[in-house]
Design a protein around this ligand. Structure first.
Ligand code: SF4
Length: 330
């Protein structure tokens, strides 16, 4: 491990100012992914700026009726919040399906959306990896790729985004509020994470000196019947092979509106707007949901070992939409 300095930021402005004068500085809060990466030399910062004591731990109602989630709210606090369980149950379920209670107690919302892929080749420095070192190669393309991407990948990287929470945030049209040297800006959730393209080393459109200060959730009344379904190799403490966040708004058995996002399939949480558009105005039944699932996966490009995930994703989508149309489960 390289030597680095550690200090606590005294304010958001102080944190941003320090990061903007040192391009090798990194922010740390819960550290549940960053410390793992430091231990295996994936990140070698010159300094860690601890932001964990800043005033970003509040859940506050928005004037619009939505919710402002401070970026230091822990995963546990967010999943337990009555307004989240009541109004955004898919978010509570997504959080509780991830990691362990101990990790959720310290992991923060801001850190969750910045966590990096769990592609085993990325963490094993005996292998090359374009995400770790641009233009070094991607062994997952021809190696073991059972858990890798179906959608939106490139010949540079086929990794998937690991977060459960982010799949729900994508479905809920969240907005990421960040502060940088030029002040605050808001990034729609769909624009926050990137597809790998030719720059797999970049996971997000966040600039290095920008600090995530909050996540904004707009009101979405029909999210009360939203569901989060996660399919994985073992029942707990495992990343998703496939996950689905879905919410269906019905009027007289017809679909008025719908949200559909898929996890475990791409370098970012995958919002399926084609499937959503297909569903609006259709009768809410098994055949409709099956067709929507086909549409959501129509551009899938499976690798040698992950073809089974195409069918798994279709079945998970159909089941999630049916569960939500039936009132959802929490
Ligand atoms: Fe690295 Fe991405 Fe290839 Fe994994 S899939 S080895 S993260 S370049």
């Amino acid at each position: 491990m390289n030597n680095f300095s550690y200090s606590r930021a005294t304010s958001v402005q102080n944190a941003v100012q320090r990061a903007s004068t040192d391009k090798n500085a990194m922010f740390i809060a819960g550290g549940t992914n960053l410390v793992d990466r430091l231990k295996v030399f994936l990140d070698e910062p010159s300094q860690l700026i601890d932001v964990s004591r800043l005033e970003m731990k509040q859940l506050e109602p928005l004037a619009s009726g939505g919710l402002r989630i401070g970026s230091l709210v822990t995963n546990t606090a967010l999943a337990d919040a009555p307004e989240v369980r009541r109004n955004y149950p898919m978010l509570a379920r997504a959080i509780l399906s991830g990691a362990s209670q101990q990790i959720r107690n310290v992991a923060t919302v801001g850190g969750n959306i910045l966590q990096r892929t769990r592609c085993p080749y990325y963490y094993d420095t005996a292998f090359p990896c374009n995400k770790r070192e641009p233009d070094s190669g991607c062994p997952a393309l021809t190696g073991i790729n059972r858990t890798h991407a179906l959608l939106g990948a490139s010949d540079q990287c086929v990794a998937v985004h690991p977060s459960d929470m982010c799949v729900a945030l994508a479905a809920l049209d969240a907005v990421v509020e960040v502060t940088g040297p030029k002040g605050k800006r808001q990034i729609p959730f769909g624009d926050f994470h990137r597809l790998p393209g030719n720059t797999p080393e970049r996971d997000t459109n966040l600039e290095p000196e920008e600090l995530i200060t909050a996540i904004l959730l707009p009101p979405l009344p029909f999210a009360k019947s939203g569901v989060y379904l996660k399919l994985r190799d073992r029942a707990s403490y495992a990343f998703a092979l496939i996950s689905v966040a879905a919410a269906v708004d019905l009027a007289e058995e017809q679909i008025k509106d719908v949200r559909l996002a898929i996890g475990g399939v791409a370098h970012k949480p995958w919002r399926s707007q084609e499937a959503e558009q297909f569903l609006i105005g259709k009768a809410a039944n098994a055949a409709t949901f099956e067709e929507a699932a086909k549409i959501a996966l129509q551009s899938a490009k499976p690798l040698a070992h992950n073809r089974f995930k195409v069918e798994l994703a279709k079945r998970a989508i159909k089941r999630s939409l049916m569960l939500s149309a039936a009132g959802g489960v929490v």
